[in-house]
Design a protein around this ligand. Structure first.
Ligand code: NAP
Ligand code: ZN
Length: 363
């Protein structure tokens, strides 16, 4: 890729290296995809690292009935890299700048959600992968690739003091946990529970701790106790231990559920105090069964949350720069991506895989 500025809108294309899955039961394998050449408002990014989100696994294996996968699928929405080209109308980036892209690459810009900086709720949003591609007519392809072209509004600035491999997961795991913690006013004096110490969960612990809350981790894994404490938890509860769970009845202001698989949330609802809230960010396909009584008593509430808008994502990145927060990552070459999926399913990653895209370029 050259690093010259381009001046006119164009739909010409170039080839990029990527990894894609051909079906729900296929492995991810090397491929070549088309990317549009950058138009006037576009930023072309050489991808340096891309995190592996559990959503990538759900999507590649077609586990979400509400969002069927279009194949071939190139996943990846935790992208960090270096700007290589910008369109003539782009003012906030120049070649050589660090840049990041999360789960969104476009939205209509007109609806009330977009107007208030909540692009994640736009009815016409374009996801980074598995969305209809308004430019090339096929489907969008994500960050398991050596480059990407994205409209400037959806490209974020990266604080210069942070390790880039650990920055990549902030673009999904980071904002997905930061946003509900901010929405629900988490601050000093609040008791916050985090269910599941995975990619999202470990970021939630770091953020809730940095916001001053008293943090309790609920985990199914006995071996994560020390890590949870190191990450900022004040207490760790092994969730299948009824005795440990009972000690926390009616005590939480807020609980964030990051679990990726089917599980019983009623046991956590009982742990909320009056007017407490449990927010779901984990996205198992199977619907939850919820006891009405758990909510009626104590006027508890249950909510959901999905990623965050662009302004809040930038706020989160700046917060991370200020507090020196990144994701704890295991850096892998892209050739190990299938193994990484299997390990993620076994909760065998501390706490996010980050793909070093140099491994794709040299392939
Ligand atoms: P992850 O790294 O695999 O972490 C999930 C954690 O859930 C595991 O580490 C494990 O923690 C716990 N867990 C797994 N299976 C469980 C089971 N059967 N019962 C109880 N706990 C279990 O996944 P992630 O990348 O953090 O993503 C988590 C979920 O959030 C996924 O469903 C993903 O699609 C979704 N997600 C949603 C958004 C959004 O915007 N709402 C964004 C990104 C991801 P312990 O070992 O500590 O028990
Ligand atoms: Zn994600």
């Amino acid at each position: 890729m050259s690093t010259t500025q381009i001046s006119s809108e164009s739909r010409s294309q170039y080839s990029a290296k990527a990894y894609s899955a051909a079906s729900a039961t296929s492995q991810l394998i090397p491929t070549v995809i088309s990317r549009r050449d950058p138009g006037d408002h576009d930023v072309q990014i050489e991808i340096l690292f891309c995190g592996i989100c559990h959503s990538d696994l759900h999507q590649v294996r077609n586990e979400w009935s509400v969002m069927p996968t279009v194949y071939p699928c190139v996943p990846g929405h935790e992208i960090v890299g270096k700007v290589t080209k910008v369109g003539s109308a782009v003012t906030k980036f120049k070649p050589g700048d660090l840049a990041a892209v999360g789960c969104l690459v476009d939205s209509d810009g007109q609806c009330p959600e977009c107007q208030t900086g909540l692009e994640q709720f736009c009815p016409n949003l374009t996801l980074t992968y598995n969305s209809p591609d308004p430019h090339l007519g096929s489907v969008t392809y994500g960050g398991y690739s050596d480059s990407i072209v994205v409209k400037d509004h959806f490209v974020l600035h990266v604080p210069s003091n942070l390790n880039l491999a650990g920055v990549a997961p902030l673009l999904c795991a980071g904002i997905t946990t930061y946003s509900p913690l901010r929405h629900w006013g988490i601050s000093k004096g609040k008791k916050v529970g985090v269910i599941g110490l995975g990619g999202l969960g470990h970021m939630a612990v770091k953020f809730a701790h940095a916001l001053g809350a008293y943090v309790v981790v609920f985990t199914t894994s006995n071996n994560k106790k020390d890590d949870a404490t190191r990450l900022g938890a004040d207490e760790v509860v092994i969730s299948h231990d009824e005795h440990q769970m009972k000690k926390h009845i009616c005590s939480f202001d807020f609980i964030l559920d990051t679990v990726s698989a089917d599980h019983d949330i009623n046991v956590y609802i009982q742990l909320l105090r009056r007017d407490g809230n449990i927010t779901l960010v984990g996205a198992p396909d199977k619907p939850h069964a919820i006891s009405a009584f758990g909510l009626l008593f104590q006027r508890r509430s249950i909510s959901g949350s999905i990623i965050g808008g662009l302004a809040e994502t930038q706020e989160m990145l700046d917060f991370c720069g200020k507090h020196n927060i990144t994701s704890d990552v295991e850096v892998i070459p892209i050739q190990k991506v299938n193994e990484a999926y299997d390990r993620m399913l076994k909760s065998d990653v501390k706490y996010r895989f980050s793909i070093d895209m140099a491994s794709l370029k040299s392939q």
